[in-house]
Design a protein around this ligand. Structure first.
Ligand code: SAH
Length: 238
């Protein structure tokens, strides 16, 4: 897959990074025997939908990293079995990643595989996005927040933006994205102190599936009333 990494992300994984991706695959397959972690288990599918897709959303970090040596603090909300956060922690230099999920057994699984991957820049936390966004040791402390396949676009905005520092970036990974969702987002993002910086549309390199990434830039402090209580952002999107 090296040529696809080079062609699509302008990046070449080191032998050590390739080994970690392989090890991650084995650990997920092993974990899947006991836990229902993912339906994506064929090697090529895993590569495309878990590894490539996770990194494509942060292409700007991957391609530029030779020039950047600043420490980056990331959070991945609703990480499930560790996506997109774990591949990002493997691929991006000088980053710390906090993996958050509301399901304890998923975080227990992640805690069990981190020592096997020897990743000392990753932490895992069992918490709801609506709660961690209200904790002072997390609120407005992250440079980048990632969120994939967790909720509607505007609920994702409400989960991620309170956690970002000013000028921080939320990356919302989507499959399809409708005009209506974009219009709703504009309204949500304004209330949360951010702007839609860009929306990227692309296709995955093997199965040619449709993908979108929304990039939200935080430009003002998020009002204290956000995120609203558990369940509210999903039930009554802004
Ligand atoms: N991001 C992963 C998993 C997506 S499945 C991937 O793309 O593969 C959605 C995950 O989000 C589940 O593990 C679920 O437990 C978690 N989740 C859903 N709502 C959440 C919330 N409000 N706060 C924290 N985690 C949440």
């Amino acid at each position: 897959m090296i040529d696809i990494w080079e062609r699509t992300l302008d990046w070449k994984p080191s032998p050590q990074q390739q080994e970690l991706f392989q090890r991650l695959y084995e650990l997920i397959i092993e974990g899947n025997r006991q836990l229902n972690l993912t339906r994506i288990t064929e090697p090529e599918d895993f590569w495309e939908k878990h590894l490539w897709d996770s990194l494509r959303g942060v292409k700007f970090l991957i391609s530029q990293q030779n020039r950047e040596d600043k420490e980056i603090n990331l959070i991945d909300l609703g990480t499930g079995a560790g996506f997109p956060g774990i591949p990002v922690a493997i691929a991006v230099k000088n980053c710390t990643v906090n993996l958050v999920d509301s399901t304890k057994k998923k975080i227990n699984f992640i805690d069990s595989i981190l020592p096997e991957l020897d990743l000392n820049n990753v932490f895992a936390t069992t918490c709801r996005a609506e709660e961690i966004g209200r904790e002072s040791q997390h609120r407005e402390t992250y440079d980048i927040a990632l969120i994939r396949a967790v909720a509607s676009a505007s609920a994702c905005a409400e989960y991620t933006l309170p956690l970002l520092k000013q000028q921080g970036l939320a990356v919302i990974y989507r499959g399809n994205l409708t005009e209506e969702e974009i219009t709703n987002m504009e309204n949500a993002v304004e209330q949360l102190g951010a702007v839609i910086e860009s929306i990227e549309q692309f296709n995955t390199p093997i199965s040619n599936s449709d993908r979108h990434c929304l990039y939200l830039r935080k430009v003002a402090s998020t009002p204290a009333k956000f995120p609203r209580g558990v369940g509210v952002p999903a039930q009554r999107p802004l």
